[in-house]
Write a protein that binds this ligand. Structure first.
Ligand SMILES: Cc1cc2nc3c(=O)[nH]c(=O)nc-3n(C[C@H](O)[C@H](O)[C@H](O)COP(=O)(O)OP(=O)(O)OC[C@H]3O[C@@H](n4cnc5c(N)ncnc54)[C@H](O)[C@@H]3O)c2cc1C
Length: 345
């Protein structure tokens, strides 16, 4: 008998598995590896909504949780995954500059928005209205994280690179049985794969397709993440991630010529040096109609739980939500109403 089965090995599943293991409990993780937003994500974390300069609820708490969580993982895996790095928000007008200064005075934002404008910082980035500097930001190399964590679980003998079929699950009041496994709880963390889960697919997970480019630009020499109409994220070795697109109709994970064109056009507005496109990737973000995560326990089966709806912010929300769900399962603590799946009952 093990403590937990976790279905899904993306940012949500890893956060859950790691939270469970850190408390000395046992876990088995199933991941089909088929559709995976986490492997495509730029991995940027940022406590500010950069479109309208507003704050996020619980940002400080989430950032602190993120730091502790990824530090512990790095020590355990022997791989660097968290790269703290400022974001430079490109201003499009004087009015935006003024709005920035007004926002930087507000509680909850003053810690993150610097009042020093950044001017003429890079030779090949156009910014006639300068940049605003956001602090306490950075990115998690999600591909490195997934690779290292899956192989760590594999070495422990608790990772299954296969599809989990919810139809084969036998659920009772005191546990579940799945093939040869017996467990106290199942946490489904399937991202957009939730659509095929008969226990939870009534929930309003819309899914938003996103695409990114990987480019090589030897002259660009960025030491911060640039955010204009697209972000440009330095990954080292002259490589940069550029993204992302938002498509609410297409639910496939194929990269498209239309998204490539959109990203090229936006990038051309932002940088003026030569670059080559090395790769293009697509994934479906698990987005919810009210833009909040989906956490909770099945209304009828008290052994089945959900960790999903991390939307556009899986890096910051994963560890935070996994902790809330774990405490709910183990200690019966209440899930905040705005995150609880009961809001869609
Ligand atoms: C282009 C793009 C850019 C993004 N940029 C950022 C960013 O900069 N910062 C940020 O924080 N977030 C970003 N995101 C969002 C982020 O990717 C998501 O919030 C996060 O990856 C969701 O993680 P997840 O584990 O819920 O889902 P996923 O990563 O999709 O993982 C779900 C996993 O479950 C597996 N699975 C599903 N069903 C089953 C089953 N029945 N059996 C076994 N396995 C199953 C899937 O194969 C998959 O591996 C971006 C997303 C995209 C697409």
């Amino acid at each position: 008998m093990i403590d937990y089965i976790v279905v899904g090995g993306g940012l949500a599943g890893i956060a859950m598995a790691e939270t469970v293991l850190a408390k000395g409990k046992s876990v088995a993780v199933f991941d089909s590896g088929l559709a995976n937003a986490s492997g495509v994500a730029a991995g940027v974390y940022n406590p500010v909504i950069l479109k309208r300069f507003s704050g996020l609820q619980h940002a400080q708490e989430q950032l602190e949780g993120l730091r502790v969580f990824y530090e512990r993982l790095e020590a355990r895996l022997g791989v660097k995954v968290n790269f703290p790095m400022p974001i430079l928000r490109r201003f499009f007008s004087v009015e935006e500059q003024n709005n920035w200064f007004a926002a930087s005075d507000r509680p909850g934002l003053s810690d993150f928005l610097s009042t020093q404008l950044v001017k003429d910082h890079y030779a090949y980035v156009e910014s006639p209205f300068d940049f605003g500097l956001v602090t306490h930001t950075g990115y998690v190399d999600t591909q490195a994280l997934l690779r290292a964590y899956h192989s760590y679980l594999q070495d422990k003998g608790c990772f299954f690179r296969t599809s989990f079929n919810p139809q084969e699950l036998v659920v009772s009041d005191d546990g579940v049985a799945y093939q040869d496994l017996r467990a106290h709880h199942v946490v489904f963390a399937e991202g957009f794969g939730l659509k095929s889960n008969p226990y939870f697919n009534h929930l309003p997970l819309n899914g938003t397709k996103g695409e990114v480019l990987l480019i090589r630009a030897p002259k660009l020499s960025l030491d911060a993440i640039i955010k204009g109409n697209v972000f440009v994220l330095p990954m080292g070795s002259d490589l940069y991630k550029v993204g992302a697109t938002y498509n609410w109709e297409d639910k496939t994970t194929e990269a498209t010529p239309a998204a490539r064109q959109e990203l090229i056009e936006k990038l051309t507005e932002l940088i003026s040096c030569d670059y080559e496109i090395v790769d293009q990737q697509a994934g479906i973000r698990p987005t919810v109609k009210d833009r909040k995560p989906l956490l909770g326990t099945h209304a009828q089966y008290n052994r089945l739980h959900l960790l999903n709806g991390l939307g556009t912010r899986g890096v910051m929300l994963g560890p935070y939500c996994a902790q809330i769900l774990f405490e709910h399962i183990e200690q019966g603590t209440a899930i905040p109403a705005s995150l609880d799946i009961k809001r869609f009952a």
